[in-house]
Design a protein around this ligand. Structure first.
Ligand SMILES: [Cu+2]
Length: 654
């Protein structure tokens, strides 16, 4: 590889201020030089992933790796991890390099049979267009459908999965679904070419199979929502909303260290995971109380529910496509309102060259309605307080969909994660009439049903270690001697003590929640301090347990998993996801059935909707939301917001 597209401004030897500081452009370049010197970057080797190899929790908490905080004679060590692929041979490796020690720390060659393939890279998109356009059988199949100019056909590369077909599984491959973009500004998703798919070998760079199952007309109605003829005249009835904070925001951002009211945390960003939050703590009365050591959404899967020739359609947007790499540069006034602080994110291209995504992370605070309010009938007190939240977010576009990842921190200690799903539905032709797996959203245009299943990894540290998890259900009790009128209601609390016992599903009918407690710290009532995870009741993975995806997306088969902390266990579906045969990630993590009662634990939460599209989701989808909430439960001795004053100059004070 040649050329240096972006030069880091930092000197490679300069140590970051904190061991969890995101990797810098200079570090990426330094790591690249070390890999090249070791002979690992011969042409045509490309980076399928390149990111910070974070120090372990022990190392961070011991102060190792932090400049100026070197302990025990240990030098700080900054490491990067690279997934390298040779585009001619397919040879793939997982490499760790120390920028500090200027050496390659480890090289592991991948075996595609057991490890699968490295993630899709940007180059693959161009390869797919080229080989499909050149393939005579594909051209002939398109011509039969009246499509003779393949410059007007978009070829969408979809990760292949594993379905036990030997000739497919041994290859690095994608499957192609085609869309017509007859005019430059047409929305291609409005014009799917259904019934046919090409299987492309990305190493041989050829179409090796075409499945041509049926023909349906390419839907004709324009979906170009930028076109006034489609959109109609813009409404003129919305008056401006301006959000101003004349004295500035209440948070402070020092590098990647963020403080707001009693909250503090560090912000990180990774090409694969996107936003990562570290060392989330609450400090009051001079005492810093950890809540979560690290929070992220390291995986998500979007399985589709059409059993015909496109049964294989499912994406792992993080593990297969690296959702963080597709982060948007956010625009003030459009994407974010108010007093905004932005952070850039530095990722790399296929050549390992740094690419800065300007304004990738948005930080601001929002008014969030009433915090608490009461008008007392006896003492006449009439009080109202405003709730606020600190918002840390980013947005990524992965193909047709756009995902906003939002973390909210509230004055009362509540933490929320919310995903905003928008963009354009993935479409097919609609056969007409009632079709059980697809909704007609425009004439002849279908949107197949699918799920969006996200996996949150919450490395909990509620008031520090040790932690444990209790499952809390609520129920009424039958009439009996202690409950003569049948009104009794109780909580049923079950301690999850081993990993094998902690694969759980949400149950709205029981109001099921999971409480993470500190087993050594009590509140003033003698009860363990805790934080409760409130899930949204929605189905987990709907695939049959015998379906191939069920093994590959094992994490999505439960809403809750609890594991003992292991620094190597970071990705819910395993380190390598693309064409992985399955069984990796959470099901493998719990195979040792470790004790999780009163130790250092990680809580993993699967959430997200099953999406039967509505006509209103077309041609661009209003944001749909999903997420979860973490609320302090006996973490404080009383409402921690009594000291919040009423807004100055507005409310009367008694
Ligand atoms: Cu959807």
């Amino acid at each position: 590889m040649t050329g240096t597209a972006v030069q880091g401004t930092e000197t490679p030897g300069a140590l970051p201020a904190h061991p969890l500081e995101p990797a810098t452009a200079a570090e990426y370049l330094a790591g690249r030089d070390i890999l090249a010197a070791a002979g690992l970057l011969t042409e045509p080797v490309r980076f399928a992933y390149y990111g910070l190899e974070e120090p372990t929790k022990d190392e961070v908490l011991a102060g190792r790796g932090a400049a100026g905080r070197v302990m025990g004679g240990q030098p700080p060590d900054r490491r990067l991890r690279a997934f390298l692929i040779n585009l001619d041979t397919g040879e793939s490796s997982d490499v760790v390099v120390s920028v500090t020690q200027r050496q390659v720390v480890s090289v592991r060659r991948l075996d595609p049979v057991t490890d699968g393939q490295l993630p899709i890279i940007e180059t693959d998109f161009a390869v797919v267009e080229e080989v499909c356009r050149a393939d005579p059988d594909w051209r002939a199949a398109m011509a039969r459908r009246g499509l003779t100019d393949l410059t007007k056909v978009r070829h969408c590369p979809i990760t292949a999965g594993v379905f036990g077909v030997a000739d497919d599984d041994r290859r690095r491959m994608v499957r192609i679904l085609a869309f017509v973009q007859a005019r430059e500004h047409d929305l291609a998703w409005a014009h799917p070419v259904d019934g046919i798919t090409a299987y492309v070998d990305l190493i041989e760079k050829k179409v090796f199979k075409i499945v041509d199952e049926f023909e349906l007309p390419v839907p004709a109605e324009s979906g170009d929502y930028d076109d006034p003829a489609v959109r109609g005249p813009e409404r003129t009835t919305l008056r401006p909303i301006e959000i101003t904070q004349p004295e500035g925001p209440s948070f402070t951002l020092d590098g990647h260290s963020l403080r707001w009211q009693d909250w503090s945390m560090r912000i990180g960003f990774d090409a694969r995971e996107g936003l990562t939050l570290h060392q989330i703590s609450w400090t009051s009365g001079g005492r810093e109380r950890p809540v979560i050591y690290r929070a992220s959404i390291p995986e998500m899967v979007v399985p589709y529910g059409d059993p015909r020739f496109r049964h294989w359609q499912s994406y792992f947007d993080a593990g297969e496509y690296l959702v963080g790499k597709w982060a948007n540069s956010l625009e003030f006034g459009c994407d974010c309102l108010g007093e905004i602080a932005y952070l850039d994110a530095t990722v790399t291209d296929d050549a390992g060259q740094p690419r800065v995504i300007k304004n990738a992370i948005c930080i601001h605070e929002e008014d969030f309605g009433i915090l608490w309010k009461h008008t007392d009938i006896f003492n006449g007190s009439a009080q109202s307080r405003r709730q606020r939240r600190l918002v840390v977010s980013f947005f990524a576009t992965v193909g047709n969909y756009d995902y906003g990842f939002y973390w909210y921190f509230y004055l009362d200690g509540t933490i929320e994660c919310e995903i905003k799903m928008t963009g354009v539905l993935f479409t097919a032709a609609h056969p007409g009439g009632d079709h059980p797996h697809s909704t007609e959203v425009a004439p002849g245009l279908g949107a197949p049903a699918h799920q969006h299943l996200f996996s949150a990894r919450l490395d909990m540290s509620v008031d520090g270690p040790p932690n444990a998890v209790e499952e809390v259900d609520v129920s009424g009790l039958p009439i009996g001697p202690d409950n003569p009128y049948g009104n009794a209601m109780v909580q049923q609390v079950t301690r999850l003590t081993r990993e094998s016992q902690a694969g759980r599903r949400a149950d709205g009918s029981r109001g099921r929640t999971w409480r993470v407690i500190n087993t050594e710290r009590a509140n003033r009532f003698g009860h363990a301090v805790g934080y409760t995870l409130y899930p949204e009741p929605a189905p987990s993975l709907l695939h049959d347990p015998a379906a191939p995806l069920y093994r590959r997306a094992g994490f999505a088969t439960n809403h809750l998993w609890v594991t003992r902390y292991d620094p190597a266990q970071r990705f819910s579906a395993g380190d390598f996801v693309n064409q992985h045969p399955g069984g990796a990630g959470l099901p493998a993590f719990i195979a040792g059935d470790r004790d999780i009662d009163g130790t250092d634990i990680v809580v993993w939460h699967t959430f997200g909707p099953t999406h039967f599209p509505r006509p209103e989701d077309w041609p661009v989808m209003p944001v749909a939301r999903c997420g979860f909430t973490l609320k302090p439960t006996g973490f404080f001795d009383r409402n921690p917001t009594l000291d919040v004053p009423p807004p100055a100059g507005h409310c009367h004070q008694d």
